[in-house]
Design a protein around this ligand. Structure first.
Ligand code: DGL
Length: 272
């Protein structure tokens, strides 16, 4: 079992930000990344659609013998992690959630922002997360329609002007950022796509604002869930396989763009 790959999936290329953290933590593991760009983005789709896609993709990745699944998508985690765990009780399944609690704990102004997809922010799972933080922080929520799609497109040579414009528009809607009382001093990146453009967002909110992503925490949780016996017993770099429901050349280009130091096998098209 320890030599099997770890499956990682997202609606598109946002999960590559999580894959980067996973590779840093587990350099000798094999990974199999599934990009659902044939059907994504998920953020503005209804929950039943996202559950159906997540179940279908899990099935395909299991067919490739994965030993664990990382749902590298906040929207899919919010909609479907429970359903997947119920159906695959024998498979370690790690999800990604907006890091509200750590953000509330580290904020000094007590005002935190969350940018995420519309689907994530509307989910029952996110509402429960928000309730758990309770009155410990004022939380400013901002759905970012179209941003994940713009980030996917920006890796295809189109430039990042649309990403810049959308980020600027959404950040402006949230009010003042900074370290003074009443300002947002901590911003949760609640979509794995947004982590890929962290420098763009940081430049907009200013250096005093802390951006909170979840890739490292997800990697730590994956190591814990696999346990010492679940890890590959070898040294040297593991392999990275790529599967997509979209166009393989687009995924190859995205991996070269976002993870230029990573060696990956050529992407293969697949049906899920
Ligand atoms: N990367 C995804 C997330 O973390 C989804 C973006 C989308 O499909 O709209 O939520």
């Amino acid at each position: 079992m320890s030599a099997q790959p770890i499956g990682v999936f997202d609606s598109g290329t946002g999960g590559l930000s999580v894959l980067r953290a996973l590779r840093d933590a587990l350099p000798s593991e094999d990974f199999l990344y599934f990009d659902d760009s044939g059907f994504g983005p998920y953020g503005e789709r209804d929950e039943a659609f996202v559950v159906q896609r997540t179940r279908a993709i899990t099935q395909v990745l299991r067919g490739h013998g994965i030993k664990a699944l990382v749902i590298a998508c906040n929207t899919a985690t919010a909609a479907a992690v429970e359903a997947v765990r119920a159906l695959h009780a024998d498979l370690p399944v790690v999800g990604v959630e907006p890091a509200l609690k750590p953000a509330a704990a580290s904020s000094r102004t007590g005002r935190i922002g969350v940018i995420a997809t519309r689907g994530t922010l509307a989910s029952a799972r996110f509402k429960a997360l928000q309730a758990a933080v309770g009155g410990n922080a004022q939380i400013v929520l901002q759905p970012c329609d179209g941003l994940a799609a713009a980030i996917d497109a920006s890796a295809q040579g189109g430039g990042d002007a649309p990403v810049q414009a959308l980020c600027a528009r959404y950040v402006a809607k949230m009010g003042a950022f900074g370290s003074e009382p009443g300002e947002i001093d901590t911003l949760v990146l609640g979509c794995t796509h947004y982590v890929l453009v962290q420098p763009v967002i940081q430049a907009l909110v200013g250096p005093a604002v802390q951006l909170v992503a979840t890739g490292e925490a997800v990697a730590r949780q994956t190591v814990r869930r696999l346990g010492p016996d679940g890890l590959a017993r070898r040294t040297g770099p593991g392999r990275l396989g790529l599967l997509t429901s979209g166009e393989p050349q687009r995924l190859d280009a995205a991996v070269r763009h976002w993870l230029p130091h990573l060696q990956a096998l050529p992407a293969r098209g697949t049906i899920a």
